[in-house]
Design a protein around this ligand. Structure first.
Ligand code: DAT
Ligand code: MG
Length: 138
């Protein structure tokens, strides 16, 4: 079974849409096999988004990601990496398809409610960033 990392970002927690987001995953047949709420430090946020360290939005993004608690989850299912990305919608909510999480709840390209891994390699690294093996319920 394929696995991916999902994060409900600080804006999603603040807006009170944790349940809404989880409902969309479950309605799509995706299983949640690990979950925790965590308030990232700026340093941890920088580590998580290290791939974007040279982008102009890196400082703002990591300040935002460490501005409040997030909900990190491991999602499991067939083709779940792509399925989750479809449910999330485009990075910029202005470009996101109707009915996607970002279209329905996000306010801008940075505060876009959810994170989802984009490949099997990033999924493995990102899952290990938040969870150890004992915390994942297969
Ligand atoms: P995604 O989260 O859809 O995988 P990404 O990996 O390209 O998008 O970027 C990671 C996050 O960085 C994204 O969710 C929000 C922020 N971001 C991306 N492009 C941005 C931009 N042009 N301005 C501000 N923030 C941006
Ligand atoms: Mg990405």
């Amino acid at each position: 079974m394929e696995k991916t990392l999902s994060i409900i970002k600080p804006d999603g927690v603040q807006k009170g849409v944790i349940g809404e987001v989880i409902k969309r995953f479950e309605n799509a047949g995706i299983k949640i096999v690990a979950m925790k709420m965590i308030h990232l430090t700026k340093e941890k946020a920088k580590n998580f988004y290290a791939v974007h360290k040279d982008k102009p939005f890196f400082d703002s993004l990591t300040t935002f990601m460490s501005s409040g608690p997030v909900v990190a989850m491991v999602l499991a299912g067939e083709n779940v990496i792509e399925k989750n990305r479809e449910l999330m919608g485009a990075t910029n909510p202005a470009d996101a398809a109707p009915g996607t999480i970002r279209k329905d709840f996000a306010s801008d390209v940075e505060k876009n409610i959810v994170h989802g891994s984009d490949s099997p390699q990033t999924a493995a690294t990102e899952i290990a960033f938040f969870f150890n093996e004992l915390e994942i319920c297969e």
